[in-house]
Structure formats: C-alpha cells, structure tokens
Design a protein around this ligand. Structure first.
Ligand code: ZN
Length: 208
C-alpha cells in the first residue's frame, strides 16, 4: 500500500515538473502596502500564463515591431530562458526563473519627476503606468495605476504590466524617434503585455 502511494506521489510530482516550465520568483515588493496580496495574485496569474500552451501559441503567431531580428520561436525561447539583463546591484538572478524586484514610484519623494507622467496622459496620448527601473532592475509602478487596478480587482492588467516591464528587463524596447502610441502598441514589449493581460482574463473566466 505504501509503495502504491509513493508511486502515485512520484507520478504526480513528475507530471507537475513536466507541465511547469518556468517559475516566478519575487525577490522584493516595496511600497505596495495593502496591495501586496493583490500583487501576489497577479504574479501567480502571470506564472500560469507563461506556462500555458496559449501563451506559446500567442508568441509564435505574433507579428510585432522591435523584435531585434529574432524569429517568433527564438522570442519564445528568450522569454522562457528568463535571462535578465538588468537586476538590482548585489542581487542574484537565475536563468529559467523570472526574477522580479518590484516597487511603487515615490512620486512625492525621490521619483517626483514621474509625478506628472503618472497622473495624467501625455500630449502624445500615452499614459505612464510604470517604469522598468531605468536599468536599476526594479520594476516601479505608478501608485495611481496600482490603486486603480486594485480597486477593480484587475490583476490581469497588473500581470500585463509586469509582462511589459519584464520584456524591458530582457532587453527589448519600444523606442523610435517621433513614435506614436499606435505604433508603440505594435511593438513586442506592448504586445506581450497585452497577450498576458488577455490570457489572464480568459483563464479566469473559464477556470474559476
Ligand atoms: Zn515600456
């Protein structure tokens, strides 16, 4: 009897290993306050999506700008390899694990230069949601965006934000001289963010 249980346990755990290709490790969450738990939901949803067939298919079918000459298969491989280009000083990141450090922008403190961007859309029609830490490895979100999504329990949107910023951490951008918002939304970084958001919404409408 014990042997059977052990064997079943082994089968179950090996199945889990096979289906789980990538994990998310959140090293630090700073400034989120009472929204920390809400953020945990978004990380969990982001991880589920990364491991899904739908995400793989979505990346492989994606036509996007700013893909640095990679094929869709290569882009999928880059995401799953999870080799971060920017991580906080004195930190350690592991390939195959999405290593994240997140914080809120201190718009009334050291990040005051982002205050206007966070609080109103620019004349180009784009709204700043957050920044990838400008290379310091911390993903920083506008408190206004976090508040808004938490109040509507929109963890799909937050997961999409993490996906967008994580593409920056992997070395992609959406920069072009005199670019419009509609052009930026065609870039790989934006499209991955939207794909993750849409898949989280889909999964939660079918599975829960
Ligand atoms: Zn961006």
């Amino acid at each position: 009897m014990n042997k059977i249980i052990l064997f079943l346990g082994f089968l179950l755990s090996s199945q889990l290993c096979l289906s789980q290709k990538i994990t998310i490790k959140v090293h630090s969450i700073t400034g989120y306050g009472k929204h920390t738990e809400f953020a945990q939901k978004a990380f969990k949803a982001f991880e589920l999506v990364l491991n899904s067939e739908e995400f793989k298919e979505g990346i492989k079918a994606m036509k996007a700008e700013k893909i640095k000459g990679y094929t869709p298969e290569q882009l999928y491989g880059i995401i799953m390899k999870a080799h971060e280009k920017n991580i906080p000083k004195d930190s350690i990141a592991t390939d195959g694990i999405v290593d994240l450090w997140v914080r809120t922008l201190e718009i009334n403190g050291r990040d005051s230069r982002w205050k206007d961007n966070c609080e109103k859309p620019s004349i180009f029609g784009n709204q700043t949601i957050g920044i990838d830490g400008a290379g310091d490895g911390f993903m920083a979100i506008c408190p206004t965006a976090l508040e808004h999504w938490a109040s509507t329990n929109d963890f799909a949107a937050l997961a999409g934000h993490y996906a967008h910023e994580y593409m920056h951490v992997l070395g992609f951008d959406h920069y072009r001289l005199l670019s419009s918002q509609s052009w930026r939304e065609k870039t790989f970084v934006y499209k991955v963010g939207y794909l993750v958001k849409d898949l989280v919404r889909k999964m939660n409408s079918t599975n829960l």
